[in-house]
Ligand binder design. Structure first.
Ligand SMILES: Cc1cc2nc3c(=O)[nH]c(=O)nc-3n(C[C@H](O)[C@H](O)[C@H](O)COP(=O)(O)O)c2cc1C
Length: 179
């Protein structure tokens, strides 16, 4: 599976790093590509986080492999998704690699998941989410759930990330399922 994780400048860039760390490689091989926006780097500095991955692409590298539909990416996630990046994706703007990979997923009709992070959401953000949802995009903000034997912040993060894996078709065992 070819998977793209795009990271934009909303709070919670650390969740994207954990998304990378928890990614199960023993169930099926996953070719992961990570794109980080310049503003995500600023947020990660302020939130004392950093992003490490083997395959990192610069946000200004619009000639990267994953910028082309012909590369054959199966699934794309934007985690966290800023309101800025959400609005650009909803309008078809692709002026950096983060927004380009989302535009490619849309045009190729591949899985696209956005994890918008803002509180509260403005009517404009909700309109953008609604528009994208009707196009088949999975709108999946990091929302807490309390029913999966959650005792720590790490449990909660594993629950949220596991829900993202489920939506992207990534098999995993990172949280206890409801039985
Ligand atoms: C510490 C910090 C936290 C931020 N948190 C959010 C957030 O949760 N949601 C959001 O939409 N923007 C947030 N922003 C603002 C975005 O970074 C800003 O709108 C930026 O233009 C987004 O750029 P990008 O979409 O290219 O990554 C935050 C900025 C800073 C410095």
């Amino acid at each position: 599976m070819k998977l793209v994780l795009a990271i934009s400048g909303a709070s919670g860039v650390g969740l994207a790093q954990k998304f990378i760390e928890y990614l199960p490689q023993d169930i099926e091989p996953i070719e992961l590509h990570v794109v980080i926006s310049e503003n995500a780097k600023t947020v990660s500095f302020h939130e004392n986080d950093s992003i490490h991955s083997l395959q990192m692409h610069r946000d200004d590298n619009i000639a990267a492999s994953v910028a082309s539909g012909s590369y054959g990416v199966d699934a794309t996630a934007v985690i966290p998704c800023s309101m800025n990046t959400l609005a650009k994706i909803a309008c078809g703007i692709a002026d950096n690699l983060v927004t380009r990979v989302a535009a490619v997923a849309l045009k190729e009709q591949k899985k696209l998941l956005l994890a918008p992070r803002e509180m509260p959401f403005s009517p404009i953000a909700l309109e953008n989410m609604h528009k994208l949802s009707t196009l088949g995009v999975v709108i999946s903000p990091p929302v807490m759930g309390y029913y999966a034997d959650i005792a720590t912040l790490e449990d909660m993060e594993r629950f949220i990330i596991g829900k993202w894996y489920d939506a992207l078709g990534i098999r995993h065992n990172i949280f206890k399922r409801w039985e």
